[in-house]
Design a protein around this ligand. Structure first.
Ligand code: CO
Length: 135
């Protein structure tokens, strides 16, 4: 079902600072940066070799990532798994009665399609499914 970990999502207070820190401390390169207005978040995808982290900063306090920061502080926000067919994966998870936040996929970074699985269904960590845009 899951091919590999696509990225780890990390909630941060301030995106420029976090990008600089990951670049200067860990030699991770900024691969992509995008505002997802519907999600109230700006994301920066950082990479090194096969490692990927998605730094997430809220656009406003009253957004999912803003509320996450207020409640728990900066840290791991979600684990994302790569899937080849997100529609089939969601159907299979629904058939298994896995608690989904998104029953249908929605737009993600870089024209990907994403859906979230409730933390209650995955050991207290929000899980994301990612189907990459066709090459
Ligand atoms: Co993500």
């Amino acid at each position: 079902m899951f091919e590999r970990v696509d990225h780890i999502g990390i909630a941060v207070e301030e995106l420029d600072d976090a990008v600089e820190r990951y670049r200067d401390s860990f030699e991770m390169e900024l691969l992509h940066r995008e505002v997802l207005a519907d999600d109230g978040v700006e994301a920066a995808l950082m990479g090194s070799g096969g490692a990927r982290v998605e730094l997430l900063a809220p656009l406003e306090a009253d957004t999912p990532v803003g509320r996450f920061l207020a409640r728990r502080g900066p840290g791991i926000h979600h684990v994302a798994y790569a899937v080849t067919d997100i529609d089939a994966t969601l159907a299979e998870l629904a058939a298994r009665e896995v608690e989904l936040i998104d029953v249908v996929a929605r737009p993600g970074l870089r024209d990907s399609r994403v859906a979230f699985v409730h933390p209650r269904a995955s050991g207290g960590v929000l899980s994301e499914l990612v189907q990459a845009a066709p090459a």
